[in-house]
Every structure is written in C-alpha cells, then in structure tokens.
Design a protein around this ligand. Structure first.
Ligand SMILES: NC(=O)C1=CN([C@@H]2O[C@H](COP(=O)(O)OP(=O)(O)OC[C@H]3O[C@@H](n4cnc5c(N)ncnc54)[C@H](O)[C@@H]3O)[C@@H](O)[C@H]2O)[C@@H](O)CC1
Ligand SMILES: Nc1ncnc2c1ncn2[C@@H]1O[C@H](COP(=O)(O)OP(=O)(O)O)[C@@H](O)[C@H]1O
Ligand SMILES: [K+]
Length: 477
C-alpha cells in the first residue's frame, strides 16, 4: 500500500521528530536524499551544470544544501533565487563554501534543474516572480522537484495557474495526496520517497499496489459452486443503447461472480455475445444498475435499490438519485460517476469537479451516504464514513473511450457479488480495469471490448507478481 499524508499531518510529525533531533538534522537528511537522486540522474557529477531554482522557504534550503553536496563533488552549481533578499541563510552559506555561485537569471543551459521554489508551504498558483523562473527552465533539461513540483497543492493535487513539470520528484518523509492525484500527479514524473524518520498516523489517501489487490481478488474455494461465488444482476441497456448491456455483462463475467443475470430489453444482444448469461429476474447477491438505461427507467432503478443487497449505480441510474433513499438502504451502495455525472449529483460544474477531485469524491460519498468512485484521469474511491481516499495508480488516458465505464461497472458489481466491501470492490475494479486498459492499448487506441478481453490477463499478472511482493490490503466494510 502506498500511503499519503496531508500537510498538517506531515508538519505535526516533523515537529515531533525535530524536537528530538539536533537543529537542521531533518533538512540534512532531506538534502542528502535529494543530492543522491540528482547524482544518480546525472551519472557523472564532476563537471555537470546544475541549476537550482530557490524559493524563500525551507524548500529552497533543501535545494541549496543538496546543491552544496553536488558542488563538493565537482558539479558547477548555480543558484537562482526568486528574491535575493530572502534566501535560506545556512543553505546559501553551504553552497557558496562548496564553490557554488549565485546568479540573477536562469542560465541558458543545464544538465539538471532543481525546483526548490516552494514545497508544502506553497499556497495557490505560483506567484509571478517564481513562475517567471519556471518559464526560463532550459528546454530539454531534466527537472527534479524538491518535495513536490512547485505550484501543485500538496493536499489535493490542484493546480491553480503555473506549475513545474518535473521528471522526478523527490519527496520527504511521506507521499502527499497531491502527488498521487491529477492534475498534480501528472506533474510529478517518477516519484522517489526519502525516509527522514517520521512516525505517521493513519493516512489521508492510499493507493493499492499489486500485493494488496492480489489479497482482495476473490478465488473459488474447493467447495465453491456458482451460487456461493455470488450472482451479479445487471440492469442495463435499452433499445437505443443495447451495447452498454453487453459491455457491462462482459465486465461482470470476468469479475469473480459465479453467474451473471441480465435484466432489461437487450437480452438478445447479450445472449448473442454471451450465451452463458442468465436472463430475467431472480436472486442476486449484488446489482449493477444504470449503463445505457436511457430515460424513463426510474421505477426499475428504485426496485433494484429496494433489494437489500449491495447495489452499484452508474450512468443513467445516477439521475435524480435521492440521498435519503440511499442512506436508508440496509446494504452498501456504490456510485460510479464520471466528472460530469458527479457534477450533476453535487449541483456544480464538470470543471469544478475535475479541478478538485479529492474534495468532490469525499463530498459525494458523505452527502449520498454511499461509497463513491469518481472516474477520470485519477480514479478516486471514498467511503461515506470518511477515512483514507483510495487513489487508483493504474490506467491510461486511452481508457477514455465509449463503453469503457460500462465494463468497469460490470467488473465492480461482480466483485461486490463475490463478497468484497464496496470500497474494495471499487478500488480493485479500477485497478484491474486500468491495468487491462494499459495492456490493451499498449500505446495505441483501444475500444471497450478489448478492455474486457484483457481483464483475465491483468488479473493473472496481479496474482503472479504479488507472489514475490509483500503488502496488505483490505478496508473495513
Ligand atoms: N519542516 C521540516 O522539518 C522539513 C522541511 N523540509 C522542506 O521544507 C519545505 C517546507 O518549507 P516551508 O515551510 O519553509 O515552506 P516552502 O519553502 O514550501 O514555501 C514557503 C515560502 O514560499 C512562499 N510561497 C508560498 N506560496 C507561494 C506561491 N504560490 N508562489 C510563490 N511563493 C510562494 C511563501 O511566501 C514562503 O516564503 C518542505 O516542502 C521541504 O522541502 C525538509 O527540509 C524536510 C524537513
Ligand atoms: N484521462 C483519463 N485518464 C485515465 N482514465 C480515464 C481518463 N478518462 C476516462 N478514464 C477512464 O475511462 C473510463 C470511462 O468511463 P465513462 O466516462 O463512464 O465512459 P462510458 O460512459 O463511455 O463508458 C473510466 O474508467 C475512467 O476512469
Ligand atoms: K518544489
């Protein structure tokens, strides 16, 4: 499990540790880790041209001390401060003593640029003086961000205005949510964590890894039969959108349930593609409701919600949902909107949801009393009672293709039917779907059926790789 912590939590842990260590010890740990990553990237440190962009706070201090370490190994290090009157004193002294120099402008050429403009003390988009330095970063020079790419909000991943695009981000003590969640996540490049010895409480966000997912994937026991494995009901499709039913069933058949039961007007299309599907009403252990339903199907949605089993609501099923009805349900509800659907549920705009994904998914879950999976560039899953938000680390923008979400909802519903808690079903489905999408795409456009076809391969990969890894999954139901 990769865990992430808010600025407030990180600061508290730092204070606690700093009180027990000699002054400046933490910054030296950070700078040593940063310098080691920079040296690794440079290969040959001696003679390399390193440019430090130095903000007024401790983030700039880290960059200066790391620069001093590189200068002592023979690099030509130039520090460019945002404000020459406000530079970390000790860091500057160390750099100058090691042979580094101070400059008023960004040099035209560099083998490495270190972004020490702002770290967890940053607020809002970069101010003009800092943004101007970012614009001067020499084309093609690799950029290493100190703690986080300047301009990215550490807690949320929000980017208001200019922000650094890093090739590598060296973060200290703990990952911050903004490093894992878009738009921030797409600015970090490769992430490196430097352990500075913090003791941390429960995380604010977490990302499952292969080993966690492997532990959650359902597998039939020797005594299993199809009913014990769970039956998932799929209420989807319409005369206008029969394909959504086929794709949801395609996902459901590959998600661990023992049988898939289809209810709706697209039975012929479903059977033509998947003759193994059961047709018509009957007992199910979980429902998938909504893909391709079209309009005027509220009564059927309400009927499924009245069944005391877990229900996943997607797409057209999300229209006009009543929070009171969801709160009164005796079993879990899982909502799987994309940003547009989430905006309608929250009474805001799609842009507002995309700019603030973390708070949107939390609000959605709390307001509707349901687990919420917010799809898009970083898929997030929130539990209605709060706790860490799950951040999906797999996926590719090629998944943004018609019908992709239908496959996801079928898959997640199948995992619900096989007994996973809603948070686990949602985050495992997003993980496997994202991996299958990456494999199916392999750098080229894909269509939704291919995602379904690659699900078993992704599933097998997770189980295989996890044999050699460690890690724990799970979440309270
Ligand atoms: N506290 C600690 O124990 C440690 C802190 N470390 C470093 O210290 C950083 C935090 O340092 P600070 O608290 O000094 O804060 P930062 O250095 O992150 O930023 C604060 C400074 O940036 C300016 N600023 C804020 N928002 C800005 C914006 N949008 N545009 C331009 N300038 C902006 C502020 O005026 C302030 O002077 C961490 O990110 C990390 O790099 C590390 O050395 C590890 C140990
Ligand atoms: N930019 C993106 N990067 C990664 N994944 C994306 C992106 N955009 C969409 N996706 C994923 O693609 C799927 C699209 O689902 P959805 O919007 O419901 O499409 P549809 O309704 O056509 O099935 C979701 O799994 C979503 O997370
Ligand atoms: K930075």
């Amino acid at each position: 499990m990769r865990t992430a912590y808010s600025v407030e939590t990180v600061r508290a842990a730092e204070r606690e540790l700093m009180a027990r260590l000699p002054e400046g010890a933490l910054m030296q740990r950070a700078a040593a880790g940063l310098a080691a990553v920079c040296a690794g990237l440079l290969g040959r440190v001696y003679g390399a041209r390193v440019v430090l962009l130095v903000g007024p706070g401790d983030n700039g201090g880290d960059a200066l001390y790391a620069g001093a370490r590189l200068a002592r190994r023979g690099a030509g290090v130039t520090a460019v401060p945002v404000d020459p009157e406000r530079v970390h004193e000790g860091g500057l002294r160390a750099l100058l003593a090691a042979g580094g120099r101070l400059a008023g402008a960004v040099p035209g050429r560099a083998d490495l640029v270190v972004d020490g403009l702002v770290g967890i003390g940053g607020r809002g988009g970069l101010r003009p003086a800092a943004a101007a330095l970012v614009e001067r970063i020499p084309a093609g020079a690799p950029v290493v961000a100190v703690d986080l790419p300047s301009g990215v909000d550490a807690d949320t991943g929000e980017v208001a205005g200019a922000a650094v695009h890093a090739d590598v981000t060296v973060t200290f003590g703990a990952y911050k949510p903004g490093l894992l969640i878009d738009p921030g996540a797409s600015r970090t490049g490769a992430l490196r964590l430097v352990d500075i010895g913090l003791s941390l409480p429960d995380p604010d966000a977490e990302a499952l890894q292969h080993a966690d997912v492997a532990e959650l994937l359902p597998a039939p026991a020797a005594e299993s039969d199809k009913y014990r494995r769970g039956v998932v009901g799929v209420l989807a499709g319409s005369a206008q959108y029969p394909g959504a039913a086929v794709l949801a069933v395609a996902g459901a058949l590959r998600g661990g349930a023992g049988a898939v039961r289809y209810v709706g007007p697209a039975a012929d299309a479903v059977l033509a593609r998947y003759p193994e599907t059961l047709i018509g009403r009957g007992r199910v252990q979980a429902w998938v409701v909504g893909p391709g339903l079209g309009e005027g199907r509220a009564a059927e949605v309400a009927e499924a919600l009245a069944d005391p089993v877990p229900v996943l609501v997607d797409a057209d099923g999300l229209r006009g949902l009543d929070p009171q009805v969801l709160r009164a349900r005796p079993a879990e509800t899982l909502l799987t909107p994309h940003a547009g659907e989430a905006a309608a549920l929250l009474g805001t705009s799609r842009e507002a949801v995309e700019a603030a994904r973390l708070s949107s998914v939390r609000t959605l879950a709390a307001r509707y009393g349901a687990t919420a999976l917010l799809k898009g560039s970083t898929t997030l899953v929130a539990h209605p009672a709060g706790g860490p938000v799950r951040v999906n680390p797999t996926g590719t923008a090629w998944l943004a293709t018609a019908g992709s979400g239908d496959v996801l909802s079928g898959l997640a519903g199948s995992l619900l039917a096989s007994g996973l808690a809603a948070v686990d079903a949602a985050s495992v489905a997003a993980y496997v779907h994202g991996l299958a999408g990456r494999r199916a795409a392999a750098g080229a456009p894909l269509h939704a059926q291919q995602i379904a076809q690659f699900l078993p391969e992704a599933w097998r990969d997770i189980r295989e790789e996890a044999r050699y890894g460690t890690g724990r999954g799970g979440h309270r139901a």
